[in-house]
Design a protein around this ligand. Structure first.
Ligand code: SF4
Ligand code: SF4
Length: 142
C-alpha cells in the first residue's frame, strides 16, 4: 500500500555502495567537459583520459569497462566521485523515470538502494525536484 504523500529523495533512496550500477548497463556516457574534469581531478590531460579510460560507443564516448564489466573507475567505490559524469550523479533520479514511472520499480530489482514503496505521483514529483537540484548544483560549479 502506497500513499501520495510527498517524499524526499532520501526517503526513497539510500545508496548501499554495492557497485551494481557501475557494472554493465551499456556504459556511462561522457562529454568533453566530463573528460576535462576527470583529467583535472587525476592530474592528467584530456587526451590521456580519452585514450586510457574511455571507449567509443557509436558516435558517443563512454567510460571504459574492466574485465567483468565494471567501470574502469570502480574500485570498491567510485574513485572519481567528485567529478563523476552527470548520469552517475543523477542516478536513480533520471529522466526515464519521468517518462515512464514504472521504470523505478524495475530499477529497484537491480539497485538495493531504491525503495519501491512510493506512489507514482509522489515519485514523479520527487524525481523532478532532485533533477532540478542537480541542475542548480551543476550551474554553480566552476
Ligand atoms: S546499485 Fe544502487 S545501491 Fe548499489 S551502488 Fe549503485 S546506486 Fe548504490
Ligand atoms: S564513474 Fe563512478 S559512479 Fe560512474 S560508473 Fe564509474 S565508478 Fe560508477
Amino acid at each position: 500500500m502506497t500513499s501520495d504523500a510527498p517524499v524526499s529523495g532520501a526517503d526513497i533512496f539510500e545508496c548501499q555502495n554495492c557497485g551494481q550500477c557501475c557494472c554493465g548497463f551499456g556504459g556511462t556516457y561522457v562529454t568533453p567537459q566530463n573528460i576535462a574534469e576527470i583529467a583535472d581531478y587525476l592530474g592528467l590531460d584530456s587526451e590521456q583520459v580519452r585514450k586510457n579510460y574511455c571507449a567509443p560507443s557509436g558516435k558517443k564516448t563512454v567510460l571504459a569497462q574492466k574485465p567483468g564489466g565494471y567501470c574502469v573507475f570502480w574500485d570498491e567505490k567510485c574513485t572519481i566521485h567528485p567529478v563523476k559524469p552527470r548520469m552517475c550523479r543523477a542516478w536513480p533520479f533520471i529522466e526515464n523515470v519521468l517518462r515512464a514511472p514504472e521504470n523505478w520499480y524495475i530499477m529497484a530489482d537491480s539497485c538495493p538502494g531504491i525503495k519501491p514503496g512510493v506512489s507514482e505521483p509522489a515519485l514523479v514529483a520527487c524525481v523532478r525536484h532532485e533533477l532540478a537540484r542537480l541542475e542548480a548544483h551543476n550551474a554553480i560549479l566552476p
